[in-house]
Design a protein around this ligand. Structure first.
Ligand code: ATP
Ligand code: MG
Ligand code: MG
Length: 428
């Protein structure tokens, strides 16, 4: 992808926007861009520099993202709305073409990484609550104040705020600003920095060690450090507005990442802000349990879409006929009675029961969490509570002091990960 029209190769110490930003290390990448930690010597701050691929369609996508991000930044002068802040943007000319660049506030790990670090066991409920509150503040701002739908909300697109400010406390943050390109890094190695190479070598060695130990311990999982959030104020922000849109200027019919996709999107019944609420509730479940709520698969005689609808109905009950037959694609899945055409005999397993049976929640925890989530999982989009309404819910506003019964679920043995295909299907 490092060719004409593709990514821009960056080396540590490279300067951008006339020397304003100096590349430090790669933070991540996506389909459209690479994202670098950069240092701004004029303000002594660190920023995230998102460098878009150069081909015309990527440049156009970047301009759209910049327009959305500018709208977001303009309405949030106090930076309190739990949405990533665009600081600057410019074009950068390189050997592969002209690259649109976005300068964003520097944030930390994604919630997906947090779930992984926690070995897919789920976070404590008081942390889930704090994270949910931030996401809801962000969604309420986007929906009610700006008229923007995110359309791709998921753990990967929510980043934790850095608890240490690297500009104020570089030692604890483990960062020292690099102001120019280090010696000996001039030729080659453009796609991977020296630091990355070193880390990769170390990682390879570590993996080798682990597999040795695994053999000697008879296949036991090696102990890995867990990310402990105790005593940490869990603030986070919504990122990645590449797929965002204004509700009155919708572009795409198929939106959202599969597992977080709302039923009306599958059925093509039209959508609005409430699709983000559906994804939000899926994300909240995943934070609390470590498992994706819906993980549909293609099967014999039925599609991934039909499996997805079946999984939803096993959790939430039968979709009301009126809703089921309302979409342009309804006839692909439902007969005229509102029953699925190819998947029969669904096993109803409601959310509070799942939380107790599979995840060993106490009855109170399960009931209260399910009471918060279930209204959001309404098949009728217009009946779902808004972000503003969710912020009023008792579960969100429970005081964090009476958390004693919010016990960690860390001792629960998990045999089966994911909730894929628990129902019985009849292929035609
Ligand atoms: P996608 O294919 O997901 O649309 P993309 O090219 O639009 O990818 P992003 O998802 O915006 O890129 O960013 C890619 C990665 O860079 C993120 O997953 C994250 O790890 C990192 N990243 C993005 N923005 C920031 C930020 N503000 N602070 C820290 N890291 C960031
Ligand atoms: Mg992304
Ligand atoms: Mg994107």
């Amino acid at each position: 992808s490092y060719r004409k029209g593709g990514y821009h190769a960056v080396r540590v110490g490279d300067q951008f926007n006339g020397g304003r930003y100096v590349a430090q290390r790669k933070l991540g990448w996506g389909e459209f861009s690479t994202v670098w930690l950069a240092y701004d010597p004029t303000t002594s701050t660190y920023v995230a520099l998102k460098i878009q691929k150069s081909a015309a369609q990527f440049a156009q996508a970047a301009l759209h993202e910049i327009a959305i991000l500018s709208n977001i930044a303009d309405g949030d002068p106090t930076h309190s709305k739990c949405v990533v802040r665009l600081i600057d943007h410019f074009k950068h000319a390189g050997p592969n073409g002209q690259h649109q660049c976005m300068v964003l506030e520097f944030l930390g790990d994604s919630l997906l990484r947090l779930i992984k670090h926690n070995r897919y066991k789920g976070l404590k409920l008081n942390k889930v609550r704090e994270i949910c509150k931030c996401i809801l503040i962000g969604l309420d701002y986007l929906h009610r104040e700006l008229g923007i739908i995110h359309t791709d909300l998921k753990p990967e697109n929510i980043l934790l705020c850095n608890t240490i400010d690297p500009a104020k406390d570089p030692v604890r943050a483990g960062l020292t600003p690099i102001l120019e390109r280090p010696e000996g890094n001039l030729n080659g190695g453009t796609t991977m920095t020296l630091i990355e190479k070193k880390l990769k070598r170390r990682a390879r060695r570590a993996v080798a060690k682990i597999s040795l130990r695994r053999e000697s311990m008879g296949g036991n999982e090696p102990p890995k450090p867990e990310r402990n959030l105790d005593g940490i104020d869990v603030k986070c922000k919504v990122v990645d507005f590449g797929n965002g849109c204004w509700a009155n200027k919708q572009l795409a019919e198929e939106i959202q990442t599969r597992q977080y996709r709302a039923p009306e999107v599958i059925l093509r019944s039209g959508y609005s802000y409430s699709v983000d609420m559906w994804s939000f509730a899926c994300t909240a479940f995943e934070l609390a349990t470590g498992d994706m709520l819906f993980a549909p698969k293609v099967g014999q005689g039925f599609s991934e879409d039909e499996d997805h609808l079946a999984l939803m109905m096993e959790l939430l009950g039968k979709m009301p006929r009126k809703v089921a037959i309302s979409g342009a694609r309804s006839k692909d899945f439902f007969d005229r009675h509102g029953d699925l055409k190819r998947i029969r005999r669904l096993k109803f397993w409601p959310l509070d029961k799942i939380l107790m049976d599979r995840y060993k929640f106490s009855e109170t925890d399960a009931r209260e969490f399910a009471d918060f989530l279930c209204p959001i999982f309404d098949f009728a989009p217009e009946k779902r509570p808004t972000a503003q309404q969710c912020l009023q819910h008792p579960w969100i506003n429970r005081s964090t002091s009476n958390q004693n019964e919010m016990k960690s679920k860390s001792n629960v043995e998990k045999v089966n990960v994911g909730m894929s295909n628990p129902h019985i299907k009849v292929g035609k």
